[in-house]
Design a binder for this molecule. Sequence first.
Ligand SMILES: Nc1ncnc2c1ncn2[C@@H]1O[C@H](COP(=O)(O)OP(=O)(O)OP(=O)(O)O)[C@@H](O)[C@H]1O
Ligand SMILES: CC(=O)N[C@H]1[C@@H]2OC[C@@H](O2)[C@@H](O)[C@@H]1O[C@H](C)C(=O)O
Length: 401
Amino acid sequence: MHQHILQLYNSAKKQQRLIIGLMSGTSLDGLDVALCKVSGHGMDTQIDVLAFHTVDYDGDYKQKIKTVFSKRKCDLELVTLLHPWVGQLHGKMVLQCLAKWGVDAAEIDVIASHGQTIYHCPKNQHKQTDFNHGTLQIGDSDHLAVTTGITTIGDFRQKHIAAGGEGAPLAVYGDYLFFSSLTENRILLNMGGIANLTFLPQSADASAVFSSDIGPGNTIMDAYVQRHFAPLQYDKDSLIANQGQINQPLLDELCQDEFFYLDFPKTTGPEVFNLAYLHQAQTITNTLQLSHEDVMATLNRFSAMMIAQAINQCSEKLADVTVYASGGGIHNPLLMKHILSLCPQLHEIKNTHALGIDPDAKEAVLFAILANECLAGGQQRFGNQAQGIPIITMGKVSFAD
Ligand SMILES: Nc1ncnc2c1ncn2[C@@H]1O[C@H](COP(=O)(O)OP(=O)(O)OP(=O)(O)O)[C@@H](O)[C@H]1O
Ligand SMILES: CC(=O)N[C@H]1[C@@H]2OC[C@@H](O2)[C@@H](O)[C@@H]1O[C@H](C)C(=O)O
């Protein structure tokens, strides 16, 4: 047997494994690195997040990625160069974190790497009859594995598409295995660049679970701040939006995209919800002269309305539901206030701290759970084909040499 297969086999047999979950999302703010002690698998998965850190991206990284990020047309040579470059950089960032935490790379069983999505195009978006859904993550795992010396499991999304899904959201797998409850209906709401949710019925009945992207979380607000308030990267603590007034015609127009009229499950990205989308809505409503603060107030309300609409849609037939939020949007007080005011059935919006997971670390932890299933799971497999959640094992294994 190859020594790498033997090492994987031994990791799979362990009572507890150390898995580093990595997520680099659509916000391009940094690489989320979660050091997780994982035991069990399936519904018996136990996670202890031993350390978490976001390694901020510098201006150079952001500039390089933005050259190709969510662009229909871009320099293919640059994409080819970025694929290994991002993998190596993520590897170096993992090593930085390990040094900071005083953890030896040899102690880590595997890295679970999401990579960097540079383009996502479900059928509802590309509308080309010859093609299925598509999604592309760069930052190849071979480069992480060689850079760190740690076996790396990556490229999780292709299997989802191959088996009938849209390549996202994948959070539902970890949400079901780790956050299902027999005592309450739960909505796990993540508000990153794009917002998404998972509905977990109190019964934990897999056939009633569903998950979907909702629309923009922070993505258009971030892009607008970066364009008009540079060097600010986002509307910290809603300071800008709080100074503006909501413009109703613009808000109404922003809510008109066909995506919002599609049933769950559906996925989207900054390929659709971007500054061009805003500009078109401002042109149609003759609001191009609005102050930047008014635009930000309107964008904030827009994200909140679509998020609240999705929560209300999930919960309309339920006596009770508890929402657990995660992602950077929880730090935007105006967004949170709007969502709560638009969901009259909710008394509060909790965050995943209440369930034992740091809300900023949640997506990175999710990939650690997916890698754990790839390695040690397989006995109790979760899915709900009717809801676009195929029963699959995700991830490709890269060895260090
Ligand atoms: N103090 C704050 N005030 C307002 N917004 C904040 C604050 N802190 C973080 N954010 C928002 O959270 C964003 C980062 O969120 P997160 O890291 O969850 O996104 P992501 O993982 O890249 O996105 P996705 O889940 O779509 O892939 C920032 O770009 C910003 O918009
Ligand atoms: C293609 C892609 O990277 N999609 C991301 C993005 O960011 C949020 C939302 O859109 C979600 O569908 C997904 O990420 C999370 C981790 C997911 O798959 O659950």
